[in-house]
Design a protein around this ligand. Structure first.
Ligand SMILES: NC(=O)c1ccc[n+]([C@@H]2O[C@H](COP(=O)([O-])OP(=O)(O)OC[C@H]3O[C@@H](n4cnc5c(N)ncnc54)[C@H](OP(=O)(O)O)[C@@H]3O)[C@@H](O)[C@H]2O)c1
Length: 285
């Protein structure tokens, strides 16, 4: 197959690029905004046609939650209108979405058909992207994920490592619960979907296994880092704080654990536990 990967300079796109070497049976077209701006319907259709694309993996998105709050129209163009441009090509699509489509007010892992109720501009625009995609290409695959990190790009892991080296103490929220997701493991799941003998459209949830708070996540980042770097350990105390003590510009979900039973069963996936995944990522850094 000829596979187009959009947004391939981002965290997930880069992991897709790394793992493409494991699947040489396909031909890959890795693009980011400079090569293919997906907000241009004309550019998308001519790129797909001239390169004989069979399948699109959309890793492009407007991912800055706070900026989206200030500029929802721009987020909507990238997270929804551009997704419709991809859908109009009529090609198979694997599109990536987010836990932010849910309210985050529950206390049980969210299933794919649970009620959606985004609380932020980012969440609203991502949900709109899902809707527009499904209205144009009902047999698309939508993968909702959460708390993404990677050795590529900027993310929570890198921020905590930097702050841990600069500060002697750090307050991190412990009343927001979710599951970190190593983008490399999400990329592995995407390749499993691509290589599955049968195309199984639908909405799926994917994160690593397990559950933690941002406080627990930070604690584990430092613990594993110190295990890997005993001669230059991070000596920063991590203090649990409530969300109201942290000046969030945009409200964050309190509980955004995703139920992964459907993707595991459909594609026979075994998903790594979040601490094991984190350990692998830290070794890459
Ligand atoms: N990061 C998370 O914690 C998280 C959580 C849940 C779900 N997700 C979803 O997971 C997916 C991948 O996220 P990620 O963290 O890998 O994102 P990312 O690192 O922000 O990468 C997104 C890429 O898309 C590019 N892009 C933006 N506008 C574009 C356009 N018009 N045309 C083509 N490319 C464009 C970005 O370029 P610029 O950098 O120049 O804008 C960037 O290289 C997204 O759908 C996101 O919504 C992410």
């Amino acid at each position: 197959m000829n596979i187009l990967i959009t947004g391939s300079n981002g965290q997930l796109g880069n992991e897709m690029r790394v793992q493409s070497a494991l699947h040489p049976e396909h031909r890959y077209f890795f693009t980011d905004i400079a090569e293919l701006d997906i907000t241009s319907g004309e550019a998308v259709s001519s790129y797909v046609e001239s390169n004989n694309i069979d399948l699109i993996v959309n890793c492009a998105a407007y991912t800055n939650v706070d900026k989206a709050e200030d500029d929802e129209p721009t987020a909507l163009i990238i997270n929804a209108e551009a997704v419709a441009n991809l859908a109009r090509t009529g090609k198979k699509i694997i599109h990536v979405s987010t836990d932010y489509v849910f309210s985050g007010k529950g206390f049980m892992p969210c299933r794919e058909d649970d009620e959606v109720e985004p609380q932020t501009a980012y969440g609203r625009t991502k949900l709109e992207g899902e809707k527009r995609l499904l209205s144009l290409t009902p047999d698309a695959v939508i993968l909702r994920t959460a708390w993404l990190y990677s050795s590529f790009g900027n993310n929570f892991v890198k921020t905590m490592l930097r702050l841990g080296k600069e500060k002697s103490e750090l307050g991190v929220v412990y009343d927001q619960i979710g599951t970190p997701t190593y983008a490399a493991d999400l990329a592995t799941a995407i390749y499993a979907i691509i290589c599955h003998q049968e195309w199984k459209s639908g909405i799926y949830h994917f994160t690593n296994e397990g559950v933690c708070s941002w406080f627990d996540f930070t604690h584990e980042i430092f613990r594993l880092y110190n295990e890997q770097h005993p001669s230059e350990p991070i000596v920063c105390a991590v203090r649990p704080i409530r969300s109201e003590e942290y000046a969030y510009r945009t409200p964050r979900p309190h509980y955004s654990v995703l139920d992964k039973a459907k993707i595991k069963q459909t594609f026979s996936l075994t998903i790594p536990y979040w601490t094991e995944a984190l350990n692998r990522c830290l070794k890459q850094l």
